[in-house]
Design a protein around this ligand. Structure first.
Ligand code: SF4
Length: 220
């Protein structure tokens, strides 16, 4: 999940380029404010959220290098973290290479923090993938650190719906509660709409959240 970055690769951080080849997911959704938030894809996602990707303590598995100054995966200039591993296997996914739980590469979360410190002028960070919510614990650690140490906001894409994540509870719900915004739901090729803000198909929603509670403040 996450929209393709159209910037030349030369604009990405030098340190990040050394880590690995990039991989990007697709993105997002489209309901107007006040829309019914119940998703028709509830059951699809419910069957898939159980399997978390296992990583050694203090590590996260990524599919591509950290980016900065990204403008297509959330409001303002943003750092983007591309996670590896996705169980959703959406038809039409632009980045099936991010599905494999054992592909990509492991990175120390402390090294990510050090690199993020070098990025100036960012409004926030966005978790893309792959599926960030199968590495919920590692993403939450980064989210909490970014908010407290850098003062940035935190967005994430997920192929799971808000309702599924809440129902699942545990680390995925804790990650959701650390966010300012969630772009939720699988990419559905038959509902593809590139005119949507930060979203790839009409079933997806941009949910503005209250940090710490996960309460939905606004639906786009
Ligand atoms: S959630 Fe769907 S679109 Fe996003 S990376 Fe996974 S398979 Fe691809």
């Amino acid at each position: 999940m996450g929209l393709d970055d159209v910037r030349p690769r030369a604009m990405r951080s030098a340190a990040a380029r050394e880590l690995a080849p990039s991989a990007r997911g697709d993105g997002p959704d489209g309901r107007g404010p006040g829309a019914n938030i119940a998703s028709p894809y509830h059951d699809i996602a419910l069957r898939k959220i159980a399997k978390q990707l296992e990583t050694p303590a203090g590590f996260i598995r990524l599919s591509g290098p950290l980016e900065h100054d990204n403008i297509v995966n959330g409001d303002g200039l943003r750092a983007v973290l591309w996670t590896q591993g996705c169980p959703n296997h959406c038809k039409g996914c632009q980045n099936p290479e991010t599905w494999d739980y054992e592909a990509g590469y492991l990175v120390k979360i402390d090294d990510i923090k050090q690199e993020l410190k070098q990025f100036s002028g960012q409004a926030g960070i966005t978790f893309c993938g792959g599926e960030p919510f199968v590495q919920a614990k590692a993403c939450r650690e980064i989210a909490d650190w970014v908010r407290s140490e850098l003062g940035w906001n935190v967005w994430s894409f997920s192929g799971f719906t808000y309702e599924i994540i809440k129902e699942h509870g545990g680390e995925p719900w804790e990650l959701l509660k650390s966010l300012d915004a969630l772009i939720d739901g699988p990419f559905i090729l038959s509902q593809r709409d590139l005119s949507l803000r930060f979203r790839g198909s009409k079933n997806q929603r941009l949910l503005h959240l209250e940090p710490n509670t996960g309460k939905i403040l606004q639906v786009e």
